[in-house]
Design a protein around this ligand. Sequence first.
Ligand SMILES: Cc1cc2nc3c(=O)[nH]c(=O)nc-3n(C[C@H](O)[C@H](O)[C@H](O)COP(=O)(O)OP(=O)(O)OC[C@H]3O[C@@H](n4cnc5c(N)ncnc54)[C@H](O)[C@@H]3O)c2cc1C
Length: 342
Amino acid sequence: MDSREVIAAGRFVADKLGQKVVGVLLGSDVEAVAREAIEYGADRVLYVDDPAYGEYLNLRFADAIFEMVAAQKPYAFLLVANELGKDIAGRIAYRLGTGLATDNVQLAVEDYFNPQAKQTFKNLMIQIRPDFGTRLARIYTPRTRPQMATVRPGNFASLERNPGRQGGLEKFSPTQRDYPAVVRSIVEVPKPSVDLRGADVVITLGLGILRDRSGKRRDPKEAYDLAVRLKGVIESMHGLKVELGATRALIYAELRELDGLIGKDNQVGQTGATVSPAVYFAVGVSGSLQHKVGMSRSKKIVAINTDPEAPIFQVAHYPIVGDLYEELPRITALIGGSSGAA
Ligand SMILES: Cc1cc2nc3c(=O)[nH]c(=O)nc-3n(C[C@H](O)[C@H](O)[C@H](O)COP(=O)(O)OP(=O)(O)OC[C@H]3O[C@@H](n4cnc5c(N)ncnc54)[C@H](O)[C@@H]3O)c2cc1C
């Protein structure tokens, strides 16, 4: 899935520039996958098909990708900001002597006027990512090529598969080298207990669960139970897959009452998951930039917040100014019928 998203990101940039998207693929027995990349929007795929590339070894892959990219001399080179992309992007950028903007949530192609140099750079790929504060940074790297960027999964919708789409497949043979590291065994990391990206509906709790509108301290487990109840009603009445999300602030608060119920796997946002479900409930969530970059592409956003000025309302389709301790049961009853029963 991630690779399809990066093809879509590449397609967006290439179409603006009138250029081609060339996919880079390494593995063993991967010709069918290379064809699939064409069907998802690549114009050509340069691929290494060799049992030596059946398992990921970063030095071997970095050498091969460097050779492939250096031979192509592209305008830009994009990778997915997943474990593998993050591991390898810096190595490639260093070898190519170019910059790297990581974790982009958007890309744009625009002319850029540099006031110091008093120079306009035409058709520059602008990399857009959250900075370390509360803003989206636009990164301009006009002088070196390729412009290198990693894109965060979940921010570029993959294109529709077009089985009739034609494109070039080109096999590449990297220089053979010996590597001191070998893969002896592979241990699967346990899958996260929460499938936020696969959910139709995400109900996210924020620090607002700590108090009700009168300022009275509430047991966070009470809000959790209300969210679980809403989850149960949506699942049973509509057959949709619902997951519970959380803001980083709520997770970092390490509330004893939520121990074992809400954890890192529930986090939505810049340093958590990027989600775009059919419906996203933001419950007692202020809507910081770091949170919004992870959920603002949701199809419909319902936000419950006591503060009418809360930034979450800037992206909400259904803003509810109110106390979550009153509004969650009300919504559950509305969806579930008068009894609100699951
Ligand atoms: C580098 C970096 C990365 C980060 N990554 C992430 C990330 O991935 N995900 C993330 O979420 N954050 C992330 N953050 C943290 C982010 O900046 C915010 O601090 C965080 O999102 C705030 O969480 P919150 O909305 O739960 O809390 P708050 O900002 O405290 O908001 C609580 C909200 O609840 C409302 N409220 C209070 N009581 C009620 C009530 N009874 N009913 C209804 N509403 C009520 C309040 O009006 C308020 O708007 C990151 C920060 C940094 C610096």
